[in-house]
Design a protein around this ligand. Structure first.
Ligand code: ADP
Length: 470
């Protein structure tokens, strides 16, 4: 590069000197010719200059030009060398910056344009370095955060290659490698299906994965990342499910064991009451208290057993296509004894078939009607009804009771949650009725909800999927 700048400077100087020489030569020639026509014009006191003088003047001019050209060449060589060296440094520095060495600086403090260019590049490099440090810091923080999560996290590219694996995921699946294809490393169809779902729908997808690691069950959540990538989070459910199963089994066993002694206490108490063995009023009163409490305990153990069976899936639902209207009719006629003084009326019905287990849905209606009757004073009617859309039928049980304050609504379907414990107990409630309803409906792939306001009654809704695909 040095020689190129040098050559350009020399050519430039030579052209300038040649133009200057030619101009001077032309001026000397013109001035000599003018002096021939007007000898006084040259201002010389004697005769006009002869051709010899002009010739020597021109020679001197050419010699001067040659010397000037030589000097210019030397100067150009020095200038070219210095400029080329400075530009060379800038080029090398920019190349190093481009290859990622962001600490590179040129440090050329001269005030000329090359110096200014170098300073501007240094400033840009410093800014880039700062931004890069910031980005790296955030990335490290983010990585530390993801690595500190106990759940396994991995990112998959839009082509299905693994982009990043968290430490927990590495421990869980040691064979998973970066840049390898996910389907070749994780063979669990549920996980692959969830990832595929995210790609198709662009929304998060959940799955239960049972074949990732032997003997372990995971909750898999796949969610979209920018650019078509997908993040997969695996949450180990094995221990939680084991604890839950133990708890359920324990409750079921205890309830089962309590059943027989409770039936016996109930039977003997009734026999004593009926036989008239207890003659004084105090003894009769005690026996009544024993009977009432035994009944409560029996109900509680029955409800606990039912809930454990529904939750564990032990209660095998026998689902079939059932007319929605017939479920309403069966509830209205079969549950009048549960409604007591309140009349049970079907207010609206639909021509649709639903996928349901008749007995289980009867149990749902029974719990809801029992509550409606239990918590409503007087003999206000209880309405049953159903509405339908293309996918499902929504059933409801509506009462004109006291309603429920909004603060309680989110927890209403939890087991043992009671708005007014004393009132529920007094009414013979166990706090499990709505939890049973929720689990039965969940096992039907339906949803439960309630619309209620204090002083305006409550309407409990549940949905069942349509089997006639309207
Ligand atoms: P419980 O056996 O106590 O009735 P549930 O699970 O059936 O238990 O209901 C939970 C709580 O929800 C009840 O204790 C009661 O406070 C409230 N609740 C349920 N149904 C109604 C209703 N129809 N009207 C007012 N409150 C209700």
């Amino acid at each position: 590069m040095g020689t190129r700048i040098f050559a350009k400077l020399v050519v430039l100087a030579a052209v300038l000197i040649a133009i200057a020489t030619a101009t001077l030569d032309f001026a000397v020639q013109r001035s000599w010719e003018a002096s021939l026509h007007h000898p006084a014009a040259v201002g010389a006191p004697g005769a006009a200059p002869d051709q010899g003088d002009v010739g020597s003047l021109r020679r001197a001019l050419i010699t001067g030009s040659a010397v000037a050209l030589l000097l210019a060449t030397l100067l150009a060589a020095v200038a070219a060398r210095s400029i080329a060296r400075r530009l060379q440094r800038i080029i090398q520095a920019v190349e190093r910056l481009a290859s990622g060495e962001l600490a590179t600086r040129i440090t050329d403090a001269s005030p000329d344009e090359i110096g200014q260019l170098a300073t501007a590049i240094d400033r840009t490099a410093a800014r880039l370095q700062e931004m890069f440090r910031g980005a790296e810091h955030s990335r490290n923080q983010f990585e530390t955060l993801l690595n500190s999560i106990e759940d396994g996290v991995l990112a998959v590219s839009s082509e299905g290659r693994v982009l990043w694996v968290s430490r927990a995921m590495g421990r869980l699946l040691p064979h998973v490698r970066m840049r390898e294809s996910l389907p070749e490393m994780i063979r669990d169809p549920e996980v692959l299906h969830a990832v595929q779902n995210v790609r198709i729908t662009g929304a998060a997808s959940h799955a239960r994965a049972g074949s990732i690691a032997p003997g372990r069950v995971f909750q898999c959540t796949a969610a979209p990342l920018p650019g078509g990538d997908v993040v997969v989070v695996l949450h180990d459910l094995t221990d939680a499910e084991r604890v839950e199963r133990t708890r359920r089994d324990f409750i079921a066993n205890v309830s089962h064991e309590l059943r027989t002694p409770l039936t016996s206490i109930e039977g003997f108490t009734e026999t004593l009451l009926e036989s008239g063995a207890a003659t004084d009023s105090e003894s009769r009163e005690f026996l009544e208290v024993i009977r009432r409490n035994t009944l409560r305990m029996s109900r509680l153990t029955e409800d606990l057993l039912t809930l454990a069976r529904v939750e564990s899936g032990e209660w095998q639902l026998e689902k079939g296509s059932v007319p929605a209207g017939s479920l309403l009719e069966e509830a209205a006629t079969g549950l009048q004894y549960v409604a007591g003084e309140h009349s049970l009326q079907v207010r609206e019905t639909v021509e649709a078939q639903v996928l349901a287990d008749r007995d289980a849905i009867h149990q749902v209606f029974s719990n809801l009607v029992e509550n409606a009757a239990k918590y409503s004073a007087g003999d206000t009617p209880i309405f049953l009804g159903a509405t339908a859309n293309a996918e499902e039928v929504e059933f409801y049980v509506k009462d004109q009771g006291p309603g429920i304050a909004a603060a309680h609504v989110p927890r209403l379907f939890e087991r043992f949650y009671r708005v007014d414990k004393a009132r529920s107990r007094e009414a013979g409630g166990t706090g499990l009725g709505l939890a049973i309803v929720k689990h039965i409906i969940m096992n039907h792939q339906g949803r439960v909800r309630v619309e209620t306001a204090v002083g305006h009654g409550s309407t409990f809704f549940f949905t069942l999927p349509r089997s006639d695909g309207a």
